[in-house]
Design a protein around this ligand. Sequence first.
Ligand SMILES: *[C@@H]1O[C@H](CO)[C@@H](O)[C@H](O)[C@H]1NC(C)=O
Ligand SMILES: *[C@@H]1O[C@H](CO)[C@@H](O)[C@H](O)[C@H]1NC(C)=O
Length: 348
Amino acid sequence: VVRKQRDAIITFFLFFSFLFRAVGSPLVMDPNSICRKTKRLAGKQAELCQTEPEIVHEVAKGARLGVRECQYQFRFRRWNCTSHNKYFGKILQQDIRETAFVYAITSAGVIHAVTQACSMGDLLQCGCEVTRTRAPPLPTAGPGADGSSWEWGGCGDDVEFGYEKSKQFMDAKRKKGKSDIRTLIDLHNNEAGRLAVRNYMRTECKCHGLSGSCTLRTCWKKMPHFREVGDRLLERFKGAFKVMGGNDGKTLIPVGHNIKPPDKQDLIYSAESPDFCLANRKTGSLGTWGRVCNTTSMDVSGCDLLCCGRGYTKQTVIFEENCLCRFHWCCVVQCKKCTVRKELSLCL
Ligand SMILES: *[C@@H]1O[C@H](CO)[C@@H](O)[C@H](O)[C@H]1NC(C)=O
Ligand SMILES: *[C@@H]1O[C@H](CO)[C@@H](O)[C@H](O)[C@H]1NC(C)=O
């Protein structure tokens, strides 16, 4: 567990420091050290550091949330969103599908974390969504469609606040020397990530009334769970659109004929991904040697695809696991340690 935590922290730090160097985003682990480096930050971000250090803290949390989700979504793929500093940094310098996903998921993480902090009352600048000004939805469309009356209340998520903050931070201008097309692509993918949160708000309600009669309901808006956001962005990753720059250097054109143009929620890229089979510092590929593969699966996690046709070897690993857990009133869980043998297939 300790190792896992450390890895997450390393990932986070490296990701931040990289973006710092390469992109100019405020990605360092603790807000104090982000803000000490304000000279290297783009203007708007430096300003936020001075005026809103608590938000910087949430932005940092959000980026980490995004990277963790990236690692979950890509755990069975050749490129597994590795936290290795140099390799991860290389992915971000390219313009491939994987880059698009990382930008989108980290922007989504930031809108999610900031909005969540608002709802939890952790920030002075924001709180629950102000619903007094919100028009009640049509009775036929809302949760009160069955005729029972209902009103907005509770604590809705103020996603608009998170959206604006994510935009302020993640869309800050890059340093000079980066092509306009790349900037356009990154900004598009940042927005796609934010929309994967903002466009999928759900309504939660609570019943009031005698003995659960539900004569009145109070309803509020909640963000989607972040796992759901990750799942959705993975689908966009699979269907990502290839684009190229137009002659004016300001527009993006889909590549290939008869392809509908990407919409705002689609991920876009301009260069083909490497195959990620072998280690290569230039492309940010760690290779798949030693990765655990699945002998019966036909998809990307299967040994054929994951090991790039090189084959695999079987290895028996022995590890300890909690087992025979018993719940003692109240509230302790006691487990025994069991030794488990497991046969793993590892890529050659
Ligand atoms: C990702 O892949 C690298 C190298 O291929 C491996 O060392 C690492 O353990 C993998 N990470 C996870 C979480 O599977
Ligand atoms: C391997 O793949 C099969 C078929 O897709 C799946 O049912 C099984 O759960 C996978 N095993 C592991 C350990 O992921």
